[in-house]
Design a protein around this ligand. Structure first.
Ligand SMILES: C[S@@+](CC[C@H](N)C(=O)[O-])C[C@H]1O[C@@H](n2cnc3c(N)ncnc32)[C@H](O)[C@@H]1O
Length: 189
């Protein structure tokens, strides 16, 4: 917790108390999990999207990989978080929109999508709307990187089958609260 600025922590907690079903976490992602997600971004990538950005813990880790901010599209539902993201990350493209509306909004031909949208509790139709929109905007075979906290994959069996997704799972990151795993989904050829 101490690794996050106090102002961001209080903004995060305040928004969680107002919208628990959208935010679903008391505190932002920790540094170790953020790094594990950002490791799928390379500085030469042409365009990357992050969805479910919150106060930008993972954004920091993505930019620390050397990706120029102009190549980063940020999609976040919460207007208060978007205001903070615009202050913190000049040059990035902040969209105050649900991720499922990203089609034809920001850059296409994304090399990666990094997601903290809490997908696991969402019904299959919403999981499908998010995945469908992301896949339309991604290059073929690009990674969809998703954090989760439980033992199950963060996309349902039906959604993975519908989109023909394979996945790889990271080691468990115990240093996060709550402990997290990172899944990398790709659409099979
Ligand atoms: C668990 S928080 C993670 C925030 C931040 N990425 C972090 O790691 O600390 C989930 C975030 O996803 C956002 N969110 C939820 N549903 C969304 C959607 N459909 N599209 C975009 N953002 C969404 C919430 O507003 C919240 O900021």
């Amino acid at each position: 917790m101490l690794e996050v600025a106090l102002s961001d922590l209080s903004l995060f907690l305040g928004q969680f108390l107002r919208r628990p079903s959208e935010i679903r976490s008391l505190v932002p992602t920790g540094r170790a999990a953020a790094r594990e997600m950002a490791r799928h971004v390379r500085p030469e990538m042409e365009a990357v999207a992050e969805i479910g950005v919150g106060t930008g813990t993972i954004t920091k880790a993505i930019l620390a990989r050397g990706l120029p901010p102009e190549r980063l599209e940020l999609y976040e539902l919460n207007a208060a978080f978007c205001g903070r993201l615009r202050e913190l990350f000049p040059g990035t493209h902040v969209h105050n929109l649900p991720a499922q509306e990203m089609v034809n909004v920001g850059r296409k031909d994304l090399d990666a999508v990094i997601s903290c949208v809490p997908t696991l509790p969402l019904p299959d139709e919403i999981q499908s709307a998010i995945l469908g929109a992301a896949l339309k905007m991604m290059k073929p075979g690009a990674p969809f990187v998703q954090i989760t906290y439980g033992p199950l994959p963060p996309l349902s069996d039906a959604v993975r089958a519908r989109f023909g997704l394979s996945h790889q799972k990271s080691r468990r990151i115990w240093a996060n609260f709550p402990p997290a795993s990172i899944y990398v989904f790709r659409q099979l050829g």
